[in-house]
Design a protein around this ligand. Structure first.
Ligand code: CTP
Length: 404
């Protein structure tokens, strides 16, 4: 594949040289574009030597006559010649430029002229990474279907420890590989996924809920879509960007989620229940706000419908995958839920610890299957875990029903 690789100006620019080498090793051609700031950190010659090609460093060449004319349209040529645009590292400034469509240097004009898939690997100081402006720019870029290779957590050049360190070159190269050779093993499948928490109102201003972020369910939806499936995502209230090409049904309560799911079961071939559904709700929600009283106060809660168990009763030969979020006895609990809710697989994950589970971008799970396996999946991004869940589900279906 022909890859245009942009490098913007951050300390991590030196890692881009290793990335260029890995991409070449994987058989791609790489045309490097350095921003002005990037050239303060790394010389064009490094990339020219690695890629065997001229490195683009400016929007307008300084020569005269024909050279000026050809360089003025060079970004169009680069946009047409390449099938993927990768930027690593992508600084906060670069993300802002792309998000807002500024076009004042070669890389930003190339971005606007480019029509293929875009991969962005951000790197910056953690405060900049967490700033609302950066979050908003990332949400805009993700909503355009671009792939964001999330930065890792670690020591940063500024002396801070936190999120913002450029993902490892091998990880970025793996993302590019996946885009270069997309698996289409879910072509023709309809995958119904639930994600996020539910909210059960207690009065007009209060509700019962949990810490689910929805990230695991959204990662599954993205992975299934990338592998060719039609995806229906029934989502509780989450703060995640809407996914492109995924039919999203927004719900709030367990009851609404149940109705949305049961309505779509007939058309699904694979059902994955990643949502953290509230187990209890208040049946008669008062119309007015509950007032404070000096006395003790209790509410009587009723159980919500167990959606997974209901689906389990009507699933037929659809593949059914549940989740079990546990604070202890992970495998035993996952196995119990597998039996009682008639699932083919239960994805067990430990919650309540540091850096994993609900709000995290990473997870570590065990896949308990109807065949009796308990497959540990080591800590990885939720997207990588999502692909692994889909891989194991397809293998399981093959083993159980002989259908690939
Ligand atoms: N689930 C569901 N409907 C509910 C509760 C849970 O569909 N009312 C689904 C979840 O989406 C998940 C699985 O059941 O796929 C397990 O959820 P979990 O909360 O771990 O299990 P519970 O059945 O609620 O059991 P417990 O709270 O006792 O651990």
């Amino acid at each position: 594949m022909n890859i245009a690789m942009g490098v913007s100006g951050g300390i991590a620019a030196y890692k881009a040289a290793e990335l260029a080498r890995l991409l070449m090793e994987n058989g791609h051609t790489v045309e490097v574009v350095l921003t002005h700031a990037a050239q303060e950190f790394i010389r064009p010659l490094t990339f020219a030597a690695l890629t065997g090609r001229k490195v683009i460093t400016d929007l307008f060449a300084t020569g005269g006559g024909d050279e000026v004319l050809s360089s003025a349209i060079e970004h169009i040529r680069v946009a047409q010649d390449n099938e993927l645009l990768l930027v690593a590292p992508a600084t906060a400034d670069l993300l802002a430029k792309f998000a807002h469509g500024l076009a004042n240097d070669f890389l930003s004009t190339l971005y606007l002229a480019f029509r293929g898939p875009v991969v962005l690997a951000p790197a910056m100081n953690s405060n900049m990474w967490q700033h609302d402006a950066t979050r908003a720019n990332l949400a805009t870029l993700a909503s355009r279907g671009h792939t964001i290779v999330e930065p890792g957590v670690g020591h940063l050049a500024c002396g801070m420890v936190g999120a913002g360190r450029l993902a490892e070159p091998a990880q970025i190269a793996a993302v590019v590989q996946a885009l270069a050779h997309p698996r289409r093993d879910l072509d023709g499948e309809v995958v119904l996924i639930t994600a996020g928490p539910t909210q059960e109102p207690l009065d007009p201003v209060r509700f019962l809920s949990n810490r689910s972020s929805g990230k695991m369910g959204y990662a599954l939806a993205e992975a299934a879509r990338a592998r060719g499936a039609r995806v229906i995502l029934v989502s509780g209230p989450v703060e995640l960007a809407r996914l492109v090409d995924v039919e999203t049904v927004s719900v709030r309560t367990a009851r609404e989620m149940r109705d949305a799911v049961m309505a779509r079961v007939p058309e699904a071939t694979i059902i994955i229940k990643a949502a953290a559904v509230a187990d209890f709700h208040l049946e008669l929600v008062p119309q007015q706000k509950i007032k404070k009283t000096p006395a003790r106060f209790s509410l009587e809660l009723s159980p919500t419908p167990d959606i997974l168990a209901e689906v389990g009763a009507v699933r037929g030969d659809r593949l059914l995958i549940g989740f079990a979020a546990e604070t202890q006895d992970l495998v035993r609990e996952a196995r119990r839920k597998l039996e009682t809710k008639k699932c083919d697989m239960v994805v067990g994950n430990l919650v309540g610890g540091e850096g994993l589970g609900f709000e995290s971008d990473e997870n570590e799970v065990v896949l308990v299957t109807r065949r009796g396996d308990a497959i540990p999946v080591a800590r990885a991004s939720k997207r990588a875990i999502a692909d692994r869940i889909l891989d194991e589900s397809l293998k399981l279906r093959l083993a159980l029903h002989g259908v690939a």
